[in-house]
Design a binder for this molecule. Structure first.
Ligand code: T1G
Length: 702
């Protein structure tokens, strides 16, 4: 009778087991069957109480996100189903194992009673998807735990531990363990029956707003204005919880649904849901399936104890993996080890690590000056100077020293991984692992597969990337892989616009107004204008045809004005203060005159279009070349590694929202308008032209 529900009569109890792998997402069929099982138990006179639980699965990860972009929700909708369950005339116990998230927790709250196991996580993460709880969460949670606590839980989106949920009254009981959860839930149901407990106990905070000061919600919103800048969902949450404090459930529930639909249909939520699925897609690589045996990684070696090498080493030590750190000179090695210890001590001071854990991690770290100590490493990651000659020496040595089957990885950010692989007799074991600085903090990891990189090496790197808490994205070999290759034209337009009449502050403001964490010019001041200069070295010859290419930056580099680290770059830095530098404008004016560039008033719109369309165009070209497997991967690289606003979904999702025709028209306009410069740099990607010509609105490789 049921395909996703395990229905079992246990004397006077009906045990309703949710069985939709992998996380009991509350999709249409599961909702239909849960409704049928609930009605079966309600109609059965032998049944006095019910227990709802995850049948060998987590309780429920919530509504089925895949359903949101389809047509209207198939009946029964989750809100309607939960209203029906909440009207049960028999006690219902939700036995929460693993996860009760979003609609999953709302299901549990529609039951009269809740018991959880010690490792369960309960939460309402909807806000992270630009949503709000839409199946009673904003109305029932305040009545269970109070309005202020409910607001914090909903707006943080963070899961609660069971002990905290018990304290708050969100859980009524804790099971002895996950193994005893169902037995404990059955015992609890029998206890309730024995005590004559009502199917729906009185809400602990029946009038959740009574304890609040008069203008609580207005003041709360005012206090969050800057943090919520441009976001829609938090304001809808405030409205929903306010109604829960002022109106009865019968009014609050339909209003919550209206607010939920408004959030669900917003471009922000669509962008965030796009990234949610993109993140899961990124782990899937054609030709690699779960059955492919991986290479065992028990010991890691890192070459180079500088900022990158030290950060990389920390990632593995953090998961309990022994790491040997190799340097050329003792003082560099000692400096690197000391910096790692200092990083851990800072974390300990913040209370996120105990001193004992600091020592445990440091004990996993061995320093050496001798390559022979790398002989038994399963994975070696080099993070040495960005010079092909240095990489050649390192990989030729590794080829001699490392055991057969060891994975040899380079952390290069732009050099050719195939060329590096060719320095060894085992190119199939060579891969790029491009960490982003600081390597122990930034989630993004570009996994660069060479032409000969073996599939099991790639699969092992992807799995290990996830194990160290990174977001691995596969890239092919090209200059700058995905992220830095797209950064190049995006920053090129920013620099060229300085020559044409814009100021650094104007360019950066347009980009931060769009939601980027930093404007690209101040980003280079942070990273270092010298870093940008050196990264462009392999390109310089091919770019000689454009004498204006990054000339302001080159001039600043020549003057030793490298940005924040020298107190002066595109801006002047006095402590944390950033000031415009009139000398930068003077340099731009002089260079423009030398280059015969007519200066003019530059509009914000032009800055937006030229920087963003150049970025988007390069991303589409990367997709067409097969460097990136899918558009979502490119969006993840830019939202995770370069501060592109997640509420825009990444550059390519943003292009779809802008309209591909508009992007193509913009590229063509600037190609025509900017003379030789436009001719050279505003060539639309062929894939973009094909997509527009065939009326496509989504960016997929064709
Ligand atoms: N809907 C659809 N698919 C889901 C899903 C969901 N809610 N959660 C997970 N999946 C899929 C995921 O795409 C992947 O599929 C597989 O399950 C394993 O996930 C009405 C409106 C639960 C912590 O936001 O946070 O309820 O790639 O790889 O690392 O008010 O998934 O295998 O084909 O992430 O162990 C609220 C979202 C929804 C939770 C598990 N719920 N999920 O992490 O595995 S909105 C959420 C997660 C809602 C109500 C509102 C995580 C996880 P595939 P995974 P994991």
């Amino acid at each position: 009778m049921y395909t996703l529900i395990n229905y079992l009569l246990d004397n006077e109890l009906a045990l309703i087991g949710l069985g939709r792998a992998p996380v009991n997402a509350l999709g249409h069929t599961l909702r239909q069957e849960l409704q049928a099982a609930f009605r079966q138990a309600s109609a059965d006179p032998a049944v006095k109480a019910m227990v709802v639980y995850g049948h060998g699965l987590p309780f429920s990860a919530g509504a089925d996100l895949a359903e949101f972009d389809g047509a209207a929700f198939a009946t029964p909708s989750l809100p309607d189903l939960l209203i029906e369950l909440a009207g049960s005339d028999k006690p219902m116990v939700a036995a929460i194992g693993g996860l009760a998230l979003g609609g999953g927790l709302e299901l549990a709250m529609a039951c009269g009673y809740r018991i959880g196991e010690s490792k369960a996580r309960l939460g309402l993460p909807e806000i992270t998807l630009g949503l709000l709880p839409g199946a009673g969460g904003t109305q029932r949670l305040p009545r269970l735990v109070g309005a202020e606590t409910a607001l914090d839980i909903i707006l943080s989106g963070q899961p609660l531990r069971p002990e905290r949920a018990l304290e708050l009254g969100l859980l009524d009981r804790l099971a002895a363990s996950a193994d005893t959860l169902l037995d404990d839930a059955r015992a609890y149901a029998r206890e309730l029956l024995q005590a004559g407990a009502p199917a729906q106990p009185a809400a602990p905070h029946a009038a959740p707003g009574d304890a609040l000061p008069a203008n609580y919600f207005t003041a709360y919103t005012a206090g969050k204005a800057s943090q919520w800048k441009g976001q829609l969902a938090p304001h809808l949450v405030i409205e929903a919880v306010r109604i829960a404090c002022e109106q009865p459930l019968e009014v609050g529930l339909p209003r919550e649904l209206e607010l939920f639909v408004e959030a669900m249909e917003s471009p922000q939520s669509k962008a965030l849901r796009h990234l949610f699925f993109a993140e899961r897609e990124a782990a899937k690589v054609p030709g690699i399936d779960a059955s492919l045996p991986l290479r065992p990684i028990k010991k890691v070696a890192v070459i180079g104890a500088g900022t990158m090498g030290g950060g990389i080493a920390m990632n593995f030590v953090n998961i309990g993996m022994p790491v040997v750190l190799l340097e050329q000179k003792r003082e560099a090695l000692d400096r690197g080890l000391a910096q790692i210890r200092k990083n851990y001590e800072i974390t300990a001071k913040r209370g996120k690590l105990t001193q004992e854990q600091v020592e445990q991690r440091m004990a996993l770290l061995a320093g050496t000056l001798d390559y022979a100590d790398l002989a038994d490493a399963d994975l070696v990651i080099e993070a040495v100077f960005e010079s092909m000659e240095v990489k050649r020496q390192v990989f030729a040595t590794l080829d001699e020293v490392c055991k057969p089957g060891a994975i040899l990885a380079t952390n290069t950010s732009t050099l050719d991984v195939d060329q590096i692989a060719a320095f060894t007799r085992r190119p199939q074991d060579v891969i790029g692992l491009h960490f982003f600085s600081p390597a122990n903090v930034m989630r993004l990891l570009e996994v660069v597969r060479g032409k000969q990189t073996a599939l099991d090496v790639l699969a092992t790197a992807l799995k290990l990337g996830k194990q160290i808490g990174k977001l691995p994205v596969v890239s092919g070999v090209c200059y700058g892989f995905i992220g830095n290759r797209m950064l190049e034209p995006y920053a090129r337009e920013a620099h060229r616009l300085l020559l044409e009449g814009a100021t650094p502050a104007q360019v950066d403001r347009v980009l931060t107004d769009l939601g980027l964490a930093m404007g690209v010019l101040s980003m280079y001041d942070l990273v270092g204008i010298d870093v940008g200069y050196l990264i462009r070295t392999p390109l310089r010859e091919s770019l000689a045809s454009d004498p204006s290419y990054y000339r302001v930056s080159d001039e600043l580099y020549a003057l030793g004005r490298l940005g924040q680290k020298t107190g002066r770059g595109m801006y002047i830095y006095e402590g944390r203060e950033r000031q415009d530098d009139p000398e930068v404008l003077a340099i731009a004016e002089r260079l423009a005159a030398e280059l015969g560039i007519q200066r003019r008033e530059i509009t914000d719109q032009e800055i937006h279009d030229r920087c963003l369309f150049a970025l988007i165009n390069e991303g589409i070209q990367i997709l067409d070349e097969g460097i990136a497997l899918r558009a979502g991967d490119i969006d993840l690289v830019w939202t995770c590694g370069y501060g592109f606003p997640t509420v825009l979904g990444g550059p390519l999702h943003y292009a779809e929202d802008l309209g591909l025709e508009r992007v193509l028209a913009g590229l063509r306009q600037y190609r025509a308008q900017l003379g030789a410069y436009g001719e050279q740099w505003f060539q639309p990607a062929a894939l973009l032209e094909r997509l527009v010509a065939t009326g496509q609105t989504r960016i997929n490789k064709q």
